[in-house]
Design a binder for this molecule. Structure first.
Ligand code: AMP
Length: 431
């Protein structure tokens, strides 16, 4: 393996990839602003113990963990939520609730590299801390829906479940938390039979096993029908019934408030992270088999890190996978700003061209000055390749008349404009 290649699972983002990723990230930031989230930046390196505490076996086994030069066992974060819980248990403990926290950045997992799965990947992460009410769950669903729409993704749906439905049966059957985690982990990787055998091993009765089987079967687009059926089947498991009712409330609230998205309810849905306690969901698109994000409620996590009992609900969006989905659906990012190539002809025009470029930038239009001394046709070819929206050509003749040639790169039409007016004419075109 050549050391002059990227490390397996790591990627370079060349300009067009970087632009696309940053576009998705910018959309996430805009959603954060609209929903009242404030940004928080936490370190990529954290204590191994913190990250390992509640991540779930799958992720724990795949962490980039090492000893630093001071002999501390540290790891690169595989998710954001542990860092947020650390802050909530200490530094932000006394902050007025709710807190709406937002982060973006890279995460690290030693996953097997394949389509949509990398060892360094990007997420935008949203957490509402301090509310146990269904409206907080709905806000997280709504902002994810808004994000998908903002990026113009089509035909997506949310797979929705509630970990309390499965855990409720196990709990009422007397299975301890850690043992429940083992069963949930098997379910997350769809090893149904093994999960049932393991549950039996932990003392679950035949009635309990039947109830679990009913849960696995319960899925469908019609949330109210599926949930009604599940509730009927599980009526002897009070904890599961409470979970179903909580999910019913969340979904009814979505529907009543006009938040429109397709959904598939899956009562037996489990997610890899162990800390979820309530509603869980994943956005999906038909073109990609793996989820574009993952979220849910985790009411015990902060407590587990030594904080006060603090309910919380959040979501992490996989920005790389969202960018892939946009590619598959041929959704081109909408860049609203103008991009102007400013081309001087001859030495005398350079300073004027530079001045013009500066003025355009001040007005918010991207301006690229021709710095290679190329002929107009060459410079225009390059501007076209780089998807400039306009070109401004400043030649000696035009300069003498105090004018410049303004060319629309799409229609190829051009006309003379007073130099003083160029900035105004172009900024008017900015949508
Ligand atoms: P999780 O933190 O496991 O709930 O994952 C949330 C989202 O992060 C997933 O739905 C993916 O979009 C993204 N994600 C997780 N692992 C990877 C990975 N190895 N490569 C790319 N994206 C990932």
């Amino acid at each position: 393996m050549s050391k002059f290649q990227t490390v397996r699972g790591m990627r370079d983002f060349l300009p067009s990839d970087a632009e696309r990723l940053r576009h998705v990230e910018a959309a996430a930031k805009e959603v954060a602003r609209l929903y009242g989230f404030v940004e928080i930046i936490t370190p990529i390196v954290e204590h191994y113990e913190l990250l390992a505490a509640k991540s779930g076996e799958e992720i724990k086994a795949r962490m980039y963990a090492f000893n630093d030069l001071g002999g501390r066992k540290v790891a690169l974060r595989p998710e954001f939520t542990a860092s947020i819980a650390r802050l909530m248990a200490a530094t932000l403990r006394n902050e007025p609730k709710p807190l709406r926290l937002f982060s973006t950045g890279t995460l690290y997992r030693y996953d097997e590299p394949q389509f949509g799965r990398y060892r360094e990947f990007w997420q935008s992460n949203f957490e509402i801390v301090g509310s146990s009410r269904p409206e907080a769950d709905v806000e997280v669903l709504a902002l994810t829906n808004h994000f998908m729409r903002e990026l113009r993704l089509r035909n997506y749906w949310f797979k929705i479940g509630h970990v309390g439905i499965l855990r409720g049966v196990l709990f009422d059957e007397g299975v301890k938390d850690e043992e429940q985690n083992v069963v949930m982990q098997l379910l997350d990787t769809k090893r149904w039979d093994e999960a049932l055998r393991t549950a039996r091993g932990f003392g679950v009765s035949e009635k309990g096993v039947m109830a679990l089987k009913e849960i696995f079967k319960a899925k469908g687009k019609d949330a109210s029908k599926v949930l009604k059926q599940v509730k009927k089947n599980l009526k002897e498991y009070a904890s599961s019934v409470a979970a179903v009712e909580n999910l019913q409330q969340i979904i009814e609230l979505c529907i009543e408030s006009g938040i429109k998205f397709d959904m598939i309810i899956e009562a037996g849905f489990a997610r890899g992270l162990e800390y979820y306690t309530g509603m869980i969901f994943e956005p999906l698109v038909p073109e990609i088999e793996i989820s574009l994000g993952g979220g849910g409620r985790y009411d015990k996590l902060v407590e587990m890190f030594g904080g006060e009992s603090t309910p919380a609900v959040g979501v992490a969006h996989g920005l790389d996978r969202i960018a892939l989905a946009m590619d598959k659906q041929n959704v081109t990012p909408k860049f609203s700003k103008q991009f102007v190539a400013v081309i001087p002809i001859g030495e005398k025009a350079v300073s004027k061209a530079m001045e013009l470029a500066l003025q355009l930038r001040k007005k918010g239009a991207a301006a690229e000055l021709e710095v290679m001394g190329r002929s107009v046709s060459r410079a225009l070819q390059d501007a076209d390749r780089r998807r400039a929206t306009h070109a401004v050509i400043l030649g000696p003749k035009e300069l003498k008349e105090g004018k410049a040639m303004l060319r629309d790169m799409k229609s190829h039409q051009q006309h003379l404009v007073g130099i003083e007016d160029v900035v105004e004419v172009i900024s008017k075109k900015t949508d």
